[in-house]
Each structure stands twice: as structure tokens, then as C-alpha cells.
Design a protein around this ligand. Structure first.
Ligand SMILES: [Zn+2]
Length: 224
């Protein structure tokens, strides 16, 4: 009888306990176990680049588990993992002197048609979790994506910039001179951030900083 109960409880655990999305262990009853979380190394506490004179920070390099984490939220409806992406950003953010300052979080917006296809803006989910961790407010009605842009990954830097020309529109109605922190998942050429900065500058909003979950290895090499 005891053996049967044990097997039954094992089966129930198997069915109902959360498994780590990365190593599939159900030991911690979580979507990302500590061991997998700790494989993600944080970047040095300094801006990875400056775009149009503004600082851009990035929490880690886009490798293995971080790549899997970002893709899971973005493409595979693993919305529960947004907390862990935000937590990585928060862990890194706390290593920076500017974390003492107050910011308003601005997630990179999706075009409304893209939002319809995907059902949610993955960066807004991450931004919400990041807002809970930092206590910063979130404002998702400051900037809109008004142009349906092509996916960026196959385009050259010049093509990316052309693709993003006129893509963003800023609405200052809810702006109260706060410092803005643009949040995105991957920093490659920085064209999206550049286009957003330009859209804010056009409306005379210059207190902007950007922060991405990940960047490429080459950014870190350039920092050293
Ligand atoms: Zn794991």
C-alpha cells in the first residue's frame, strides 16, 4: 500500500509540479531552478555602449540559457518566465550606481498588428516584473510603434535604420519630466534604441537611458 501511495504521489508530482524549463528538474517546483539561473553571468557594471551620447546598459551576454529564456517568452508563450528575465535585469541593475535614481520604465512597444498576432508584448511583461522589483513606475503610453517594420536580424545596419525611420511616435501627454528607462531584450546594432531616442529627442525629451537583458559578446569585448 505504501509503495502504491509513494508511486501515486510521485505521479502527482510529475503531473502538477513545475518543471525547470531548462534542465527539466521538478525538485524546486519552479520554471527556472537556481542552478540554471546561476549559469547566467552578469556583465561588468558599466554602460556597454553609448548611443547618441546616451548610456545603454545590458545585463548579460546572449548565450545558452539566456537565449532560451528570451525566446521562450517571446515565441513560445512561456509568459511565467518573464519574472526570471526581469530578475536577471534587476540583479544586474543593483550593481550600478544609477540604480539609486528614480526612473520610469518604458518597454519597447510592438505595432498593434504584431500585438494582435502575438497576443502580448513580451517586453511589457518583463517590464511589469521589473517594475515590481525596482518600485519604478511603468509607462506604456509614452511611445507607440506606428510603422510595421520588417524583422531586423537579416538587415544591414543601414537597412535597419531605414526600416525604423518614422517607426515611433511619442505622446507627451502623460510625461512629467521623469528620467526614462527604455527596456528591451537584445542589443545587437542598437538601431531600435537609437530610433526610440530620436523620437524622444524630437519632443525635447532628453532624459533617456536604455537597458537590455542581453547583448552580443562583441559588445563586452569592446568594453575591455
Ligand atoms: Zn534547471
Amino acid at each position: 500500500m505504501q509503495r502504491i501511495l509513494k508511486q501515486l504521489s510521485g505521479l502527482l508530482d510529475f503531473l502538477y509540479k513545475k518543471r525547470c524549463y531548462f534542465c527539466h528538474s521538478s525538485k524546486e517546483n519552479t520554471k527556472m531552478c537556481n542552478k540554471c539561473y546561476e549559469t547566467i553571468e552578469l556583465n561588468p557594471p558599466a554602460p556597454v555602449i553609448k548611443i547618441l551620447g546616451k548610456e545603454v546598459y545590458s545585463a548579460s551576454v546572449y548565450t545558452k540559457n539566456l537565449q532560451k529564456l528570451i525566446r521562450a517568452i517571446k515565441y513560445h508563450n512561456q509568459t511565467e518566465l518573464a519574472y526570471f528575465q526581469a530578475k536577471i535585469m534587476y540583479d544586474y541593475w543593483q550593481t550600478l550606481p544609477i540604480s539609486d535614481e528614480k526612473f520610469v520604465i518604458v518597454p519597447v512597444p510592438l505595432h498593434k498588428n504584431r500585438l494582435k498576432d502575438r497576443k502580448y508584448n513580451h517586453m511589457e511583461l518583463v517590464a511589469k516584473e521589473f517594475s515590481k522589483l525596482t518600485g519604478y513606475d511603468l509607462n506604456n503610453s509614452l511611445i507607440y510603434r506606428i510603422k510595421e517594420t520588417k524583422p531586423q536580424y537579416r538587415l544591414s545596419i543601414k537597412e535597419r535604420e531605414e526600416n525604423l525611420e518614422g517607426a515611433f511616435l511619442v505622446d507627451k501627454t502623460s510625461y512629467d519630466e521623469e528620467k526614462l528607462l527604455i527596456i528591451d531584450d537584445i542589443l545587437t546594432t542598437g538601431s531600435t534604441i537609437k530610433a526610440m531616442f530620436q523620437a524622444f529627442f524630437k519632443k525635447d525629451m532628453h532624459k533617456v537611458t536604455a537597458f537590455t537583458t542581453s547583448c552580443t559578446e562583441s559588445h563586452i569585448i569592446k568594453m575591455k
